[in-house]
Design a protein around this ligand. Structure first.
Ligand SMILES: C[S@@+](CC[C@H](N)C(=O)[O-])C[C@H]1O[C@@H](n2cnc3c(N)ncnc32)[C@H](O)[C@@H]1O
Length: 396
């Protein structure tokens, strides 16, 4: 996983909206973690054009530098950027400034950005979020580079009402996360680690039972056109095969790598000629959903609340975003209700947690659902001694 710094700029159309959309479209392959304030900047080079609005983001990504370049170009094109001359006006421009401490001189990509050290509009926002970061080629910190800029550099001024993160907390933004809750970074790191082999590891259970149980859950969701469904902890997207036609699904996960796998699955489906899925993938912490209250008719999670660091906080969020009268459907493995097996699961949990994918085997999920203030309508035990249950709940 690489940490990257990227500069975003816009000087055509609704500049703030373009920057917000740009940040949003970078996910899930690029997980934006920090956004600088917005700065208004005098154009350089070709000066007969509107002022730019600029920001710098820090993000993590599993993409290689070349893949990241292609991804940024796709996002720019998606926002209507046409091929044109250098320094031309544009709805969105994304520059890769730094990629870990990589120094790269490829014909199509130079990292660090070759003009980073001479551009006030990149250095000022970068200095705001990473003043002590060292330029890997020049060996100097960002703060020092900024101090060395000649006074004749272009004019840059703070955009009115610009607060840090204003790009990430836009109304209706659902594609990137609010700051993670305290236990979540470890869970994220674990799932990032196992994402590549996750589907292989689960394949036997999927074939033996999980697929059948998923079908049962999604039959409950039903196909009512326009239904708004939230899938929490979508993982590699194994439920996608069951999404009812006509549903509008938002699918979130904490792990960028799991989400990247889910995205690959949607692309494979398109390539195989299957009808396109109405799904928006979003990088988000279930414990702190960047989603409006009562935004969904149905909320679904399968095998997720064994992993969520604070399951009660996560379940409470599910209740918040589900409309009154809507349903929360959970397919979860949990602590056995058998006394001996339950006791054994408690003893084995620390080992399984440590050496497995990061799931707990002894969660008391029914109790957690109640603690989160949800009302349980129905519980179906799918495996002996209640090891796996299908729970139908709603706002309490
Ligand atoms: C065992 S996997 C299940 C994936 C998928 N639901 C399935 O049925 O195959 C658990 C998933 O929950 C996600 N997860 C864990 N904690 C989360 C959180 N706080 N917010 C969002 N997703 C989370 C993990 O990243 C992982 O993808």
């Amino acid at each position: 996983m690489a940490t990257v710094y990227m500069g975003l700029g816009s000087n055509l159309g609704d500049r703030v909206a373009n920057l917000k959309e740009g940040v949003s479209c970078l996910a899930p392959d690029v997980c934006v973690e920090v956004v600088s304030s917005l700065y208004e900047t005098e154009p350089v080079g070709y000066t007969d054009q509107p002022w730019f609005l600029n920001a710098v983001v820090r993000a993590t990504t599993v993409l290689s530098p070349q893949e990241l370049l292609v991804h940024c170009q796709d996002v720019e094109r998606g926002l209507g950027r046409q091929p044109s001359f250098r320094n031309a006006p544009r709805p969105l421009d994304i520059d890769i400034l730094l990629y870990n401490d990589l120094v790269l001189d490829a014909p199509d990509l130079v990292i660090p950005h070759p003009r980073l050290h001479e551009r006030a509009f990149a250095l000022i926002p970068l200095n705001e979020i990473a003043p002590t970061l060292r330029h890997p080629r020049l060996g100097v910190t960002v703060a020092d580079l900024l101090a060395r800029l000649p006074p004749a550099a272009e004019q840059v001024r703070l955009y009115p009402d610009s607060r840090e993160r204003c790009l990430m907390e836009a109304p209706g933004v659902s594609r990137h996360s609010l700051p993670l809750r305290s236990g979540s970074p470890q869970v994220k790191a674990r799932y990032d680690r196992v994402a590549g082999r996750y589907d292989w590891g689960e394949a036997p259970m999927e074939w033996l039972a999980f697929g059948r149980w998923r079908r049962r859950l999604w039959d409950l969701v039903g196909a009512s056109p326009g239904q708004r469904v939230l899938e929490v902890g979508v993982g590699t997207g194994k439920n996608m095969a069951f999404y009812p036609p006509g549903c509008q699904v938002t699918a979130i996960d904490l792990s960028p790598r799991m989400l990247a796998k889910a995205r690959e699955r949607t692309s494979r489906g398109r390539a195989a000629g299957r009808p396109p899925l109405q799904v928006e993938l979003a990088l988000m912490d279930a414990e702190r959903l960047a989603l409006a209250d009562a935004a969904f008719d149905t909320v679904v999670a399968t095998f997720v609340f064994c992993s969520v660091a604070d399951p009660v906080a996560g379940l409470r969020e599910l209740g918040r975003v589900c409309r009154a009268g809507g349903r929360i459907l959970l397919l979860e493995h949990m602590r056995s209700r058998g006394r001996v097996l339950g006791w054994l699961m408690d003893r084995a949990d620390p080992l399984v947690y440590r050496w497995g994918t990061g799931a707990h085997i002894n969660r008391r999920t029914l109790d957690n659902v109640r603690k989160a203030g949800l009302h349980i309508d129905q519980v179906t035990s799918l495996a002996p001694t209640g090891l796996v249950r299908l729970i139908v709940a709603r706002q309490g």
